[in-house]
Write a protein that binds this ligand. Structure first.
Ligand code: ADP
Ligand code: MG
Length: 323
């Protein structure tokens, strides 16, 4: 007799609360060791604004060793400082090892910097305390750890040994070479077993042979200790040795190269490189400048959808067909 509604449930419009939750979910603190989502950093002061990061996306999986390259001023150090918890983004989100780096309180930030990330600066003099020996430098970050003194000493010596500088344990930095100092810096950064090691041009002040030693120490940290490594480098000899190289351009990740070793039937192993461009959420792709210049591509390109790929062609008159 009475008209009843279809059910007692409130009407749900499309895109209701449930949908919003799903949409807001961040792209996994869980499945990426480093996840940057549309990261923006604007420096403002004295009337000028510099957009150092302009919506940067980045995903680094646990256990990866990734090289970051890009021209001076492209935003590499800005990104590294944000990942290290030394600076905060203007907009966007960053997750490192499950920590929402932009939303930490200052005490959380301190703990984060002490034990989640390790940082290595380009300037060798900035990484170590000059009046302490290599061993004392490595012990320093462990002051607040729960390890007993003997375990700390054992850990410090084992790190120095793993990084190939056991002989420097009792030397102060002025009695170590630049390469040894940077390796001691890596040991110090690893003292509290961080998940992520961040190195901002750690080989920038070194000659190329020494740079190789320091880089191989980073590789050792990655393979033997399992730490995820992100290293900024100018050195193409270095970036060609890593599996994944990401290029930053104008505050955005623009392209990346993935290398893999292939062994042929004669047992010869060669390294193959494949180029990728970043596809952002709006569907934007930045084509490498060298490629577009060679093909005379400007302003507009023609797209052709194929079953398994998309062809990108230089713009041309409508009556000309591609081959
Ligand atoms: P990279 O490390 O790739 O050389 P940076 O991240 O240091 O680049 O700088 C990116 C841009 O931001 C540059 O234009 C730089 O001048 C500017 N920038 C960096 N730090 C500051 C700052 N503290 N104040 C103002 N501008 C800055
Ligand atoms: Mg820099």
């Amino acid at each position: 007799m009475t008209e009843s509604g279809p059910s007692g449930q409130p009407a749900t419009a499309e895109g209701g609360p449930g949908a919003r939750v799903a949409q807001d979910q961040l792209p996994g603190g869980a499945d990426g060791m480093i996840v940057c989502d549309r990261l923006v950093r604007i420096y403002s002061g004295e009337g000028i604004e510099v957009q150092a990061l302009q919506g940067l996306d980045l995903l680094v999986a646990e256990g990866e060793l990734t090289a970051l390259i890009g021209a001076a001023g492209s935003g590499k150090s800005t990104l590294m400082n944000i990942l290290a918890g030394l600076d905060a983004p203007t907009a966007g989100t960053v997750w490192v090892a499950g920590h929402n780096v932009g939303a930490m309180t200052s005490s959380e930030r301190l703990a984060y910097r002490r034990s989640v990330t390790g940082f290595i600066w380009q300037q060798t003099s900035r990484n170590l305390l000059p009046y302490m020996t290599a061993r004392q430098n490595v012990l320093l970050p462990m002051r607040l750890s729960s390890l007993r003194r003997r375990e700390r000493l054992r850990r410090a010596d084992s790190l120095l040994d793993t990084l190939g500088i056991a002989q420097c344990a009792s030397r102060t930095p002025d009695r170590m070479s630049g390469g040894e100092q940077q390796r001691a810096a890596i040991a110090t950064a690893l003292a509290n077993q961080p998940k992520v090691l961040l190195a901002d041009e750690p080989t920038g002040e070194l000659d190329s042979a020494t740079a190789r030693d320091v880089f191989s120490a980073l590789q050792t940290a990655n393979t033997e200790l399992g730490v995820t490594v992100l290293v900024v480098t100018h050195d193409s000899a270095v970036s060609s040795q890593v599996r994944r190289t990401i290029a930053i351009r104008d505050g955005k990740t623009s392209s990346e190269t993935i290398r893999h070793a292939a062994t042929d039937e004669r047992g010869t192993t060669t390294l193959h490189a494949r180029e990728y461009a970043t596809l952002d959420r709006a569907g934007r792709v930045q084509l490498p400048h060298e490629m577009t210049r060679r093909l005379g591509m400007r302003k507009r390109v023609e797209l052709q959808e194929e079953p398994d790929h998309i062809g990108v062609w230089p713009d041309r008159p409508a009556d000309q067909e591609p081959d």
